[in-house]
Write a protein that binds this ligand. Structure first.
Ligand code: GLN
Length: 194
């Protein structure tokens, strides 16, 4: 769990409920102990700047080049994973071929909750909380949309990477964390670790 800003504790609780373990990642050394990373929401300019300062951007790029390393970016985390950012563009990883537009839902819709249909999670709708969320304005060919809201993709995946414009840790539903844990487990099998 990237522990620079955001709902670190809530994410960790969800991961635990999803049957996996998590630890805090603040400095490059912390990456040695983890098989995947969640980037919580917050303020992408601040998170990107500190990640860069701590050497985490370079270290993560290097790690992802060595082999599949699952990363889930929520909200600001989505912005940090995007190849292109519309609006003030923060230092970032740029690993998912999407155009992300910051704070794009407008004032009235700045924060809202909506039940989303996310087929990969099963039939029950997922209660998604959006807080000054980014919009995905373009999906590259390597990116698969997993959920839509008002005609726009709000959750997507590309190889080992997962992004959502909303905050899954703010609801009681742990299915997205379970989905990510499965992704991490699968990447370990591919690498022959377990
Ligand atoms: N608006 C924030 C940004 O652009 C993202 C908001 C969030 O993570 N909840 O960085």
């Amino acid at each position: 769990m990237l522990a620079i800003q955001g709902d670190v504790r809530e994410h960790m609780r969800h991961i635990q409920r999803a049957g996996a373990e998590s630890s805090l990642v603040r400095v490059v050394r912390d990456l040695e102990d983890v098989q995947g990373l969640i980037i919580p929401g917050g303020e992408s300019t601040t998170i990107g700047m500190l990640m860069d300062e701590y050497g985490l951007i370079d270290a993560l790029r290097e790690r992802t080049q060595r082999g599949p390393f699952p990363i889930y970016g929520t909200c600001a985390g989505l912005i940090l994973l995007a190849t292109t950012v519309i609006g003030k563009s923060p230092a970032r990883l740029g690993l998912v071929d999407i155009d992300a537009s910051r704070n794009a839902f407008g004032r009235q819709l700045a924060s809202f909750e909506v039940d989303l249909d996310i087929p990969v999670l099963g039939r029950a709708p997922f209660p998604a909380v959006f807080i000054r969320a980014p919009q995905i304005q373009r999906l590259g060919r390597t990116v698969t949309p997993l959920a839509w809201y008002r005609g726009q993709a709000v959750m997507a995946e590309a190889g080992p990477y997962l992004v959502s414009a909303f905050h899954p840790e703010m609801s009681d539903d742990v299915r997205i964390h379970q989905y990510f844990v499965e992704k991490v487990r699968r990447s370990l099998t591919v690498k022959g670790v377990s």
